[in-house]
Design a protein around this ligand. Sequence first.
Ligand SMILES: [Zn+2]
Length: 306
Amino acid sequence: MLIGAIDGGGTKVLTAVMTGSGEVLARRQRSIPTADHRAYFAQGAEMLGECAAEAGVRLAELAGVGASLPAMTDGRDRVLGSPSAGWGEFTVRPLLVPALGMGTERVFIENDVNACALAELRFAHGGDNFIWMTVSTGIGGAVVADGRLVRGAGFCAGEIGHVKVEFATPRACGCGGCGCLEAHASGTAIGRLARAAGLGDADAKRVEQLARKGDPAAATVLAQAGRYIGRALAMTSNVLNPERVYIGGGVAHALDLLLPSIREEFERGALPQCRNVVIEQTRLGYEAALFGAAAVCLDGLAGKGC
Ligand SMILES: [Zn+2]
């Protein structure tokens, strides 16, 4: 069985044709602006068409297609909005189905971090109870409890980026709130902390490089971000009692540097019974959301998705 995967990022789109066990036969990556969502999905379908041709099949011959999107979704067919992509509400299948030439019941969508959690579950044997967290420009999260993705009443479960972690000197967050984890520990926030620490216009990646070279100011910036992450994980762990926390996104490369302060603050806030959590980088790597799209498709075809 061959399937199609579309990882629709905020700045770039990855597509692949894969086997049902997650072996990639062909892939494409391209920058596609999100502003015109019709053109965005049309181009995504076109890229997937190129992958199918390379894999020696027609698009319509794929068993199904999954798309992971930088947006809140209903896990079926509807995008509910995305501040980062500038999207409001719309349905996806009418945009994708004509371009793919396959039955509407074979096309599935999901929020990108939820999709990563589904991929961890399916392809990496992630366990039955875990939190998946993306730390990049923003911070996203997903929860798997007792072997199932938790979507929530309004499809926004797992938004760990908006757990409040700073009350004395809270910063404004893109969600309209103040003191959110995203406002204090995302890649963007690390860049801001770096500027305040006199590190010029160093971004999170540069801060990591400086910290690895022994720069004390960069190490302090990462320790600060790590404490906030540890605080948010303690709060969520007391509610969910996960076995593991998987961290993905660009900032995950610095996890070894962040971990001491994450753990210190985590142990301060987590119940003794909830402290035995493994916090590690996802093994899905850079293409976690692409495998996520594949997992969304396979779950959907198996009747789990909708
Ligand atoms: Zn927020």
